[in-house]
Design a binder for this molecule. Structure first.
Ligand SMILES: *Cc1c(COP(=O)(O)O)cnc(C)c1O
Length: 393
């Protein structure tokens, strides 16, 4: 097919040319004497993205799922009680992982379209006088529903109950795109991956751990080998890895961090908010409903959109792929077919963003939806024009 594929799924996201070029390098000696000159600043700079000065960051050749496993296996023991909530595909998968690791999981079942139930967490933590709960889990951005949660509120629930449990946050589709403050919010384990906000190919599980989390390693009994923080720390301290690191991806990560810092993290977050708002303007103009059930839950990295009843949003997304070479994201789990998603994270600007809106309009019209061509595009265009940066000529 001539022309390019337009990729608007919430990960893998588009890899900018600068990063692709940075990865176009020969394989290198990971035990070379000057390798630490590359890796040590990389570890330090990663901490800036997580906003931690007191914690440390681990980079595994894995994906976000591996990051989840690293976070739990280094800090918990079989039978430990953990408080979790499920409100979409990813939050439910983390619950499943904890169950399969033999943890005693108290999982709150939350309506899809809402996020972490911080008030309910607060009640449960207050009632847990003997501090049996060892970990509290929160998915900051539920990618399946386009729902963002308030991590600060979860921290407050722990603090108000004076509860010592560790706070685990899945930030796979939010860290490096949406505000995240590990130290300020008292997050103990923060999980991310390379192929979303970091704008890299899949292949890195990136995990940050607080000092409090690291102190749990000696008593935590879940088995870990590949994901052992301890093994990593021993050699990471000198700039090396306990097994072969994916040096190509690390070179790409270096360039990703350069780009994030050049733009400035606050500007990156503001850009994502603007992109997310533009998509929501289009959805409103189409007369369709978001899966997210209110502004407090809006995600700035991915939008899930219900299609009119009686239609199959996934069939529409497949149609867009076949006919227009546009990758919208299908809906999964409980809402499979009822919705479709647009990923708008990472390397993204105004005109890129108009592409999935324009293509979705064409595909929805083709499928017989009552959509006026150009309506969503115009709403997004107006919003993007009226909020553009003032540049002096
Ligand atoms: C993508 C994603 C994951 C899983 O990450 P993989 O890299 O696919 O293993 C976990 N949580 C969230 C919120 C995600 O978006």
């Amino acid at each position: 097919m001539p022309g390019r594929n337009f990729l608007f799924i919430p990960g893998p996201s588009n890899v900018p040319e600068r990063i692709m070029n940075a990865m176009h390098v020969s394989q290198e000696d990971m035990r070379a004497t000057d390798f630490p000159e590359f890796t040590l600043p990389l570890f330090e700079d990663l901490k800036k993205v997580f906003k931690t000065e007191t914690g440390r960051v681990f980079v595994f050749p894995a994906s976000g799922t591996g990051g989840w496993e690293a976070a739990i296996s280094n800090t918990l023991s079989p039978g430990d009680k953990v408080l979790m909530s499920g409100f979409g595909h990813f939050s439910n998968l983390w619950i499943d992982m904890c169950q399969r690791h033999g943890l005693d999981v108290q999982a709150l079942d939350v309506e899809w379209g809402k996020g972490v139930p911080a008030e309910q967490y607060a009640e449960i933590l207050k009632a847990d006088k003997n501090h049996e709960i060892k970990g509290v889990f929160a998915t900051q951005n539920e990618t399946a529903t386009g729902v963002a949660s308030d991590i600060k509120a979860v921290r407050k629930a722990l603090d108000d109950a004076n509860h010592p449990a560790l706070l685990y946050v899945d930030g796979v589709s939010s860290i490096a795109s949406m505000d995240f403050r590990m130290d300020e919010w008292g997050v103990d384990l923060a999980v991310s991956g390379s192929q979303k906000g970091f704008m890299l190919p899949t292949g890195l599980g990136i995990v940050a751990a607080s000092q409090k989390a690291l102190d749990k390693m000696s008593s935590a009994k879940l088995p870990r080998t590949f994901f052992s923080f301890e093994d990593m720390m021993k050699v990471n301290d000198n700039g090396f890895f306990p097994y072969t690191p994916p040096t190509t991806l690390l070179r790409g990560l270096r360039e990703s961090l350069n780009m994030l810092f050049e733009e400035g993290l606050d500007n990156v977050f503001a850009r994502h908010k603007r992109m997310g708002t533009a998509v929501r303007k289009a959805v409103e103009a189409w007369g369709l409903q978001l899966v997210a059930q209110g502004p407090e839950w809006y995600s700035d990295t991915v939008t899930a959109i219900y299609v009119p009843e009686g239609n199959d949003g996934n069939e529409m997304a497949r149609h867009a792929y076949r006919h227009y070479n546009l990758s919208l994201s299908v809906s999964v789990g409980k809402i499979a077919g009822q919705a479709f998603r647009i990923g708008h994270l990472g390397d993204m600007n105004e005109l890129m963003l108009l592409t999935p809106i324009t293509g979705a309009e064409m595909a929805m019209k083709d499928m017989g939806y009552d959509i006026e061509l150009g309506s969503g595009v115009a709403a997004a265009q107006e919003y993007l024009r009226s909020t553009k940066k003032q540049i002096k000529n």
